[in-house]
Design a protein around this ligand. Structure first.
Ligand SMILES: Nc1ncnc2c1ncn2[C@@H]1O[C@H](COP(=O)(O)OP(=O)(O)O)[C@@H](O)[C@H]1O
Ligand SMILES: [Mg+2]
Length: 312
């Protein structure tokens, strides 16, 4: 019997376009012999989703950012008793908030760049921040993704403008020490004892000083090398951190943790609970390197979601 899958994409966050693109590719790749796929855009289709809940076997949430990746949609699906792929309410909310995530990493001895969080109304002392964190420093909204609202500040005078940009996305900004090094990302897959997939090294071209929105989504701008060209010892350490982060932040099913390698040290930046999902996105590339094709990955995510739901 075919399973009825609710494919959720679109939504209302700044990453709506990314979600729609991923959603379209996921729709194309889902095996129609196995699945009857219905699409829902949370921007306008939530009443229809609620009405259809009894017919739906599982949901695939292909939404990024607030009101999609942050536990809200996961909570609605829990209430409707619909299994969904990946992390639940708690882990989604923790991972979406980069400050909460940092606090959880710290309690699990996962190294992170030094940082200071500032609310919109807090007084700002640019010199003290530059002294404390060094320059350059990174300013990012605590909730967000796809590098939206993020700036690398190279001179103290740039701090105010960078904060104003971050505050367009959120009421709290995170100021982080800039880590110069090799950027990598570590995908993790599975419910019990999840497996770390091969690491991917990320190299934006010379015209982009970090993995910004354009570098993430414009074909050809960023080189993505899998497996990452780091030593076996560093590979083992980064994969261990990716699994530790998955565990520490209450992730389920799959996750992808962004990191920077500097010498023998690794710093964790963030954990994504709904990583990009086009066939050429980072998580699917890592799965491919482990022998899991895109359509099989989607099958696996649905299976893992149904299995986890069964246990609840
Ligand atoms: N502390 C940092 N040092 C160096 N680069 C950083 C730092 N924080 C973020 N970046 C750069 O910005 C990108 C986006 O940051 P990240 O924390 O992963 O947020 P997002 O949720 O937007 O992906 C990273 O992939 C990296 O290129
Ligand atoms: Mg990231």
């Amino acid at each position: 019997m075919k399973k009825t899958i609710a494919l959720l994409c679109g939504g209302i966050s700044a990453e709506r376009d990314v979600s729609l693109k991923s959603g379209e590719q996921v729709f194309q790749a889902l095996n129609k012999a196995k699945y009857d796929v219905r699409r829902y855009d949370p921007q306008c289709d939530l009443p229809r989703l609620v009405a259809d809940a009894g017919d739906i076997d599982a949901a695939l949430i292909i939404l990024h950012g607030p009101h999609g990746e942050d536990g809200t949609v996961q909570g609605l699906l829990e209430l409707l008793d619909i299994p969904f792929q990946g992390t639940g309410v708690l882990g989604s909310a923790v991972c979406m908030n980069k400050l909460a995530a940092k606090q959880m990493y710290a309690t699990s001895n996962i190294p992170v760049p030094p940082a200071v969080a500032l609310k919109r109304e807090d007084p700002v002392n640019g010199r003290a921040l530059a002294d404390q964190l060094g320059l350059p420093l990174v300013v990012k909204p605590i909730k967000g993704g796809s590098s939206i609202g993020m700036t690398i500040v190279r001179r103290q005078e740039g701090i105010a403008a960078a904060m104003a940009k971050a505050f367009e996305q959120d009421d709290t900004a995170l100021m982080e020490a800039y880590i110069q090094g090799i950027e990598i990302t570590g995908a993790v897959l599975g419910n019990d004892d999840p497996q770390a997939l091969p690491l991917i090294e990320i190299i934006p071209d010379a015209t982009h000083d970090f993995f910004d929105y354009e570098a993430k989504y414009t074909a050809g701008v960023t080189q993505e090398i899998c497996p990452a060209r780091i030593s076996p010892a560093l590979t083992e350490k980064a994969q261990r951190y990716a699994r530790m982060a998955h565990e520490a932040l209450f992730c389920k099913g799959y996750s992808r943790t962004d990191m920077i390698v500097r010498g023998e040290d690794i710093f964790v930046l963030e954990t994504n609970t709904i990583p990009g999902m086009t066939p050429t996105s980072l998580f699917p590339q890592a799965a491919q390197a482990a022998g899991i094709s895109f359509d099989r990955l989607l099958d696996r995510l649905i299976e893992l979601g149904v299995e986890a739901h069964g246990r609840r």
